[in-house]
Design a protein around this ligand. Sequence first.
Ligand SMILES: NC(=O)c1ccc[n+]([C@@H]2O[C@H](COP(=O)([O-])OP(=O)(O)OC[C@H]3O[C@@H](n4cnc5c(N)ncnc54)[C@H](O)[C@@H]3O)[C@@H](O)[C@H]2O)c1
Length: 258
Amino acid sequence: MNDRIERDGFRKGDLVVVTGGGGGFGRAFCRRFGRMGAKVAVWEINEADGAETARLVREDGGEAQFFKVDLSSATQIDAAVEATTRAFGTPYCIINNASIYPRAPIVEMSGETFERTMRVNIIAPFLIVKAFGAAMIANRRGVVLNIASGRAFEGAPNGIGYATSKGAILTFTKTIALEWAKHNIRCNSIVPGVSFTAQPLENTTPEELVERGRKTIPLGRIGYPEDMAGLAAFLVSEDASYMTGQAIAMNGGRVLIS
Ligand SMILES: NC(=O)c1ccc[n+]([C@@H]2O[C@H](COP(=O)([O-])OP(=O)(O)OC[C@H]3O[C@@H](n4cnc5c(N)ncnc54)[C@H](O)[C@@H]3O)[C@@H](O)[C@H]2O)c1
């Protein structure tokens, strides 16, 4: 039956902004969207990694540019917003993906470290969404994807700043979804489980990480960046055009959030 509903979704040539685009998930998001025909803005603090992601997207036949930005700085975020808009226009999709995960017991965690974690993990997503918001609203289409964590649901011993920021990103997601639904802009969170990227490898070896997946994850393996990229591709597509404000877990069944 033709229900006469126009389902908006990602179109070739749309701009996708990926923070932390030089990292594990970030690079997979950039490459996936590049192959789908997006213009990709790779936002990254690490110059070599960001430039390499942009190169890989172009090697795959896509269009990408690297923008160096330290997300703990509001001034640098403003500059990256301006440079991205000048190069590519208004984003269809923003992926708030970058995060830091400093580890220390609560009594040893410095106020500065906690504050920096909040700046990168939750204040930066706010500043980015706010800065691009007016133009996205004027376009009457767009998607915001926020990368949360199972830690938002379980807490993180020795990672209080990280866990707190990931809890906040869920409420941030719901609020954008409700406030911008009338502008045809959707917002959802991806909740990844432990995956093969640099972040968990900060305190374990690759072998231990893979073994942990075999032993503790119901589907018998850890996650990989491509798992998250597949979910992101669905969430920007017209097949997801009726989904907003949700947290969707991709974690092999390890944390059941519903
Ligand atoms: N890998 C996992 O097991 C896992 C599990 C749950 C959630 N996540 C989340 O997935 C997202 C991606 O993480 P990842 O696993 O790919 O880690 P990663 O360390 O590979 O990537 C993070 C990227 O963010 C960049 N970054 C850090 N601080 C920055 C700053 N101030 N300015 C700009 N860029 C900065 C890093 O340079 C890095 O390239 C994060 O939000 C993380 O919390 C990861």
